[in-house]
Design a protein around this ligand. Structure first.
Ligand SMILES: Nc1ncnc2c1ncn2[C@@H]1O[C@H](COP(=O)(O)OP(=O)(O)O)[C@@H](O)[C@H]1O
Ligand SMILES: [Mg+2]
Length: 135
């Protein structure tokens, strides 16, 4: 059975994070990604999904295989309609947290993926788009 072109995982509870990680691995494999990159992707997905639960309560992870100039990537979009982030630059710094956690989730995800873009504003929800390219 061929892999689907896009998968949506609703994020509403802890078990959904596990599902998003697993589907991310499957979709990444379909994009031609292998080895330790699968673990890096699963970790990045965990972090943004955990943030959805912690700060927005619910949202979704959209996974798709994209291609450009004959190369494939896994694209991960994490979207929610929660409170948003007033100062995105601050939130992207190592160690910044409004919760009681380490503040390494967003900057960590950025380092683990090849591309990372975040659009967020207070009251306007958060949308993160990340990509990892097949080598
Ligand atoms: N989806 C989100 N909605 C609202 N705020 C968020 C979201 N994701 C992250 N944040 C904010 O950015 C901060 C940094 O996130 P992160 O780097 O994952 O660290 P941590 O989750 O440990 O606090 C969070 O403390 C929170 O204030
Ligand atoms: Mg976090």
């Amino acid at each position: 059975m061929p892999a689907p072109e896009a998968v949506r995982v609703a994020i509403q509870r802890d078990a959904d994070i596990v599902a998003a990680r697993q589907r991310g691995r499957e979709m990444a494999t379909a994009a031609g990604i292998s080895g330790s990159d699968l673990t890096l992707i699963a970790t990045a997905i965990s972090e943004v999904a955990r943030n959805i639960l912690a700060y927005a309560r619910e949202g979704e992870i959209l996974l798709s295989v994209e291609s450009r100039d004959g190369r494939c990537c896994l694209q991960v979009i994490a979207a929610d309609e929660g409170p948003g982030i007033a100062d995105v630059e601050l939130a992207m710094r190592d160690g910044y947290s409004t919760g009681k956690s380490l503040g390494l989730g967003l900057p960590g995800a950025r380092r683990l993926m090849d591309e990372f873009d975040i659009v967020s504003a207070a009251g306007a929800g958060t949308r993160i788009t990340m990509r990892k390219w097949a080598r």
